[in-house]
Design a protein around this ligand. Structure first.
Ligand code: HEM
Length: 173
């Protein structure tokens, strides 16, 4: 981040570094980790993969009419929701406990996208519990298709937090 000038000081104007002014900005360690490996990063693969599996099972049900795929979809989306909640809890703990993560706007953006995804997964699962076969066409598969898009966006954005902002990677100060 570029240093800013304090205006109105004439010749002797001072330069301040907003990063240096913010204690803990560079503290981006992971606090919810097993031997230094973040639990959040380890757990997000499951809800993402299961969200894609749900959509694939819906497409196969549409194509074949075999109730097996409708049953596979209700299990896949239920597991995606529950494992997504687990991943979300570990991510939320990081967000609240680590000051360098808490101060980044991008971390809160990721939180909002992820909660949208979790709400969608919960809706998709709950809707299917009322009748998993009749739920697929058309609304179940539509919810799954939107889920795939939002899961992709959530995962891509999470990667941005790690690979661009290096969140969860430092060992702290
Ligand atoms: C609901 C609250 C959530 C919060 C507050 C949150 C927060 C974070 C944070 C702080 C990171 C940086 C790495 C770390 O500190 O562990 C991260 C990474 C990531 N998040 Fe989330 N997250 C949430 C939910 C989710 C969900 C539901 C998914 C996907 C289903 C997801 C996907 C990812 C991915 C893919 C990464 C990158 C992991 C890596 O490449 O190492 N997050 N998240």
């Amino acid at each position: 981040m570029a240093a800013q000038k304090i205006k109105g000081k004439g010749e002797n104007e001072q330069l301040i570094d907003p990063v240096a002014e913010m204690p803990g900005f560079d503290d981006t360690e992971s606090k919810i980790a097993i031997l230094g490996h973040p639990v959040h990063a380890m757990s997000v693969a499951f809800p993402i993969a299961l969200t894609f599996c749900t959509f694939a099972a819906d497409l196969l049900y549409w194509w074949t009419g075999d109730p097996f795929w409708a049953r596979a979809a209700v299990w896949a989306v239920g597991a995606a929701f529950l494992l997504g909640m687990f991943a979300g809890l570990s991510g939320t703990a990081e967000l609240l406990l680590v000051s360098g993560i808490r101060v980044r706007a991008a971390a809160w953006t990721h939180f909002i996208i992820a909660v949208t995804l979790l709400s969608l997964l919960g809706t998709n699962w709950g809707y299917r519990l009322l009748g998993y076969e009749s739920a697929v066409l058309p609304y179940g598969i539509l919810l799954s298709a939107v889920g795939v898009l939002i899961a992709g966006f959530t995962g891509w954005h999470g990667g941005k937090l790690v690979f661009d902002y290096r969140l969860g990677t430092s060992k702290g100060n």
